[in-house]
Design a protein around this ligand. Sequence first.
Ligand code: CAA
Length: 296
Amino acid sequence: MGITKVTVIGAGTMGAGIAQVCAQAGWQTTLYDAYPEGLDRGMKRIDAFWDKGIARGKTTAEQKRQWSENLTAEQDLSKAVNKCDLVIEAVPEILELKQKIFREVEQYCSRQTIFATNTSSLSIAKIAQGMDNPGNLIGMHFFNPVPIMKLLELVKHDGTNKSTVEFAQAAGLAMGKTTILVNDVPGFATSRLGVVLGNEAIRMLADGVASAKDIDTAMVLGYKHPMGPLALTDLVGLDVRRDILKNLQQSFGDDSYAPHPLLEKLVQENRLGKKTGVGIYDWTSGEASETELPEF
Ligand code: CAA
């Protein structure tokens, strides 16, 4: 396969996590973001994860030194992707933005470069529209927290080259992930089930079935989920989940996927979950605590 250099576009929660696992795989990794503050936040996030790993005895100081050497921050897109073997895009879920990025980045790369999008619900075929080599594009869907979660969902569109799939499978393995291969259908194999569970939990909360903590405890202790659907919605980001639901609603033409009005209201109020400090829960103390919900 031969990967030497990887570039990750977008330094948010997912992009930073992806860059981290690429650096840990031993690849020269460049993290790019259009916004300097975002890039800085992403780099700090990775550093903090490694420090926490050292404190927990999971990571050695020597490993951190080597991994840090593999990682570079870059604000110039053409420089960031120069001579790279793999470009992984992790920008917000806006189709036109992703299309624009791949069309531009392709111009700076060789015909051999493989392109991956971390979209959790957009059509890979649509993202590939307008690319010179759409066969080089594949979905590489990571899970939050990226360094810990073992799954990598690969999504191929009808025109994805077989060699691109094989490259992505080998790259996933080198990052310590188990890959699954899924066709380009809305919601893939993971997002569809995940958001439906989360949306239903929000509906139950809005209907007063039980407190947020009790709904979450039901799934943690009753179904052995690692965390409840409401806490998970806060971890992933309410905006992210809302956007996936809207995509599914539009793609399938089925209003049963419509985001619950309480979810919409929380997003409007910038209660996006852990990343803004408050979502369904209040996380400002570091732990999830129940908080008043808005009228919707
Ligand atoms: N460095 C190294 N290892 C670390 C670490 C660090 N900084 N932080 C944690 N770890 C390790 C821990 O040591 C532990 O390893 P072991 O199991 O070997 O002991 C493991 O990671 C879990 O860490 P914790 O014990 O601290 O955390 P936890 O047990 O409370 O689990 C969790 C936290 C992994 C987030 C767990 O609650 C979980 O799996 N939640 C569900 C997450 C999920 O569903 N994510 C998918 C969301 S959907 C998505 O992302 C896709 C999308 O499209 C939006």
